[in-house]
Design a protein. Sequence first.
Length: 283
Amino acid sequence: MKKRWIWCLCILLLFVWGTIPPKKQALPEKNSDLVLIHGFNNRHQWGEAFLNTLVAHWKSGHIYVLYTNRSDRVWTMRINGKIVTFAGENDHQAGNGSIDAQAKIAAHKIDLLQAKYGLDPRFAVIAHSMGGLVARELVYLRPGRVADLVTIASPHHGTPLAREYSWLGMFVHGQAAMADLTPEAVARFNQKYPVQGSSFAKGGHLFTIAGDADGWGNRGWHGELAVGWTLLALKYGSDSDGVVRDGEATIKGAIHVKTFPDDDHLQLIQKPEVAETISSILP
């Protein structure tokens, strides 16, 4: 009888142990340098939870946040006890120029950060939306420096919204940016700066991440994603993340990492699980 109870107890323990999920193994802190580049008008900003997750995976002083405006001010902030370096002003003049103008500003700031602020000769880039196109040109402007590029919800084939709402660019002083985001303009950009043949550092890749919106519940900053999703659905018959149509946040020559079906164009740079995914693929 006693042996039977012992066997029952052992079986019960095995069953309970088998239902406990294994503890997730923490990734070691990364020594590599990471540069973040925002999107159009710097309106959709990196979320606190997203940044906190990246900071948890990188060592202090190894993350740089770049703004594509004319300011050369370099400043630092402590996030969860770690130093993060910022280049430029966090304002809405950032992200308003053409792709080429922003890429040249980004290249200038990379030079500045490498000359005076400790940015490594090789670094990875995470770029959101239009920033992904800016970063793709940056790869060409500074050959051999970008180790890997991860684009999040980037319109690698443009977006009809840039044509439909071209007038909006006037109100935010972003006419040049809007003109460069139409499908026709991005098709020309892709011919000039193809992914295949990009001047990555040896072994470097372009990785892409996409999202999805579900309608009016996905508001964005001030309802722009709900309006964008509705127009793309009704006029163009396309599902989207509120800005980029389904399947167009990736491109031939890229490695598509994941589509997050519950995260729209803005949520992708707010959610910690997206940052976790990126952290797992970058060295």
